[in-house]
Design a protein around this ligand. Structure first.
Ligand SMILES: [Zn+2]
Length: 475
């Protein structure tokens, strides 16, 4: 009897505690580098428009500061502000040896990326999912000895604007989902950033490149269907930063540090300038105040901050890698060192409050509402959203699911989970009630049988000798 009861209870509790058997959600995160939030305003974008009808469109999103490629992409993958994840620049540097590595070479410097914060690929894999990445910044590095299960790093001198290669890369990723059974993939396209830099964000070349992006969005969605993935695949498309026109040809007074009275590169032991509108300086011992005082207020469009005085809203101070003096210029301006060496017509790296730095955001798939336009949010919030869709426990991060959960439907992903929990609880309660009824019936039956036996015994005991009667009583 007790053994049966224990088994019943174990069964009932196992139903109550069973892991949520939710429908499996897959997720593809796509970045089109430098796709500004309003790039679809002056170009026909039928595929992006269709995606907005079939899913969610945000007015814009706000990237973290510093608005450059590797740091902002690592925020997408980790949900951490740049000062917290430590990938503070596109360029790895060493202030002692004065060595610097450009963007592509920095992709292969493990210690630059593997800095205590795990990208979502590793977290997903540690929780039993399968992840991949194609060309996404950070893919080449390993993290605590682990890499994405499927990964593809672009070769040096890669042509980032070849539309045929874009389609091949798309099909490769869809093949990973279908044939390798991946749950999450991040996919990177290097445009329209390159075209925006070269020709400027207001150029016809940029508009043509946006059309190419739009065609590719259509191709991505049709490729998902052809690979039989449309029903379970969620697609998020966003970017790392926007783009702003650089003022030139004598229109403005350019910022060239060497021309600023009282400033000398002799007082600086290491510097990162000539890299768009941002810069960092490491003054020589006892020269910090001199350098700071010379630069502060020297140009009306140059912002100069000591690291510890950086505005909190920029979240760009805490990392040990950030140098003691930080510089940034207003939109339209660049920071030159000895003399101008930058000739791009478009740049990014400006304050993330500037509208020109805001990327676009679209999402479609079973987890998302249809035909919903939402207000802006910070890109740190994309990470907890992705973890939620995938059903994994996020690492410590700076985002909040509350900022994005209104984009999610209630049946398939999020509330699907709630519904399943309720179903499990209901089933469990039914099981417990059934068990109690069973126990009640068994007890009643036992009692009836016992009473009948006792009645029989009392009848027969009249005919038994006294010693047998004693034994029966002690039974
Ligand atoms: Zn970029």
């Amino acid at each position: 009897m007790l053994w049966t009861a224990s088994l019943c209870l174990l069964w009932a509790s196992s139903i109550l505690c069973v892991p949520v058997n939710k429908q499996r959600q897959r997720l593809l995160l796509i970045s089109f580098d430098g796709f500004r939030w309003d790039y679809d305003h002056d170009v026909e974008t039928p595929n992006l428009d269709q995606m907005a009808k079939d899913g969610v469109k945000a007015l814009y999103v706000t990237p973290p500061y510093l608005t450059v490629t590797s740091p902002t992409h690592f925020t997408l993958l980790t949900g951490r502000y740049i000062e917290n994840h430590g990938v503070i620049h596109n360029m790895w540097f060493n202030t002692t040896t004065k060595e610097k590595k450009p963007y592509y070479q920095t992709q292969f410097v493990n210690e630059w990326w593997d800095n205590g914060t795990l990208p979502i690929w590793i977290t997903a894999q540690r929780q039993g999912l399968k992840a991949g990445s194609l060309h996404f910044p950070g893919t080449a590095s390993s993290y605590q000895g682990e890499v994405a299960m499927m990964r593809d790093v672009e070769p040096r001198l890669y042509n980032y604007k070849n539309e045929t290669a874009w389609r091949e890369n798309t099909d490769k990723v869809m093949g990973w989902f279908r044939d390798q059974d991946l749950d999450f993939v991040s996919l990177y396209f290097g445009e329209p950033d390159g075209t925006g830099h070269k020709y400027g964000p207001d150029s016809p070349q940029r508009r043509e490149m946006v059309k190419q992006v739009d065609r590719t969005v259509g191709y991505i969605r049709s490729s998902a269907k052809e690979h039989g993935l449309a029903e379970h695949l969620n697609i998020i498309i966003t970017a790392d930063h926007g783009m702003s026109t650089v003022y030139r040809n004598g229109v403005v007074e350019e910022i060239t540090l060497s021309k600023i009275p009282g400033f000398s590169f002799k007082d600086v032991s290491f510097y990162l300038v000539d890299y768009g509108p941002s810069g960092m300086l490491l003054p020589k011992p006892d020269k910090l105040e001199k350098v700071y005082n010379a630069l502060k207020g020297a140009h009306p469009h140059l912002h100069v901050y000591k690291k510890e005085e950086m505005p909190d809203r920029l979240h760009f101070a805490k990392s040990d890698r950030i140098l003691p003096i930080i510089l940034w210029a207003d939109p339209g301006y660049l920071i030159n060192g000895y003399f101008p060496v930058q000739f791009n017509k478009g740049e990014h790296g400006f304050d993330n409050q500037e509208m020109d730095m805001k990327p676009f955001f679209r999402a479609v798939g079973p987890a998302f509402h249809k035909n919903l336009e939402v207000g802006p949010f910070e890109t740190v919030n994309i990470y907890p959203l992705m973890c939620h869709i995938l059903g994994i426990q996020p690492e410590v991060n700076d985002g909040h699911l509350n900022a994005t959960k209104h984009m999610l439907v209630t049946s398939d992903s999020t509330k699907g989970t709630d519904t399943n929990i309720l179903q499990n609880v209901f089933t469990g309660l039914i099981a417990v009630a059934g068990f109690l009824v069973l126990v009640f019936i068994v007890m009643i039956s036992h009692k009836i049988v016992k009473n009948r036996k006792e009645d029989k015994r009392s009848d027969s005991s009249k005919h038994l000798p006294d010693n047998n009667s004693v034994k029966q009583t002690s039974f």
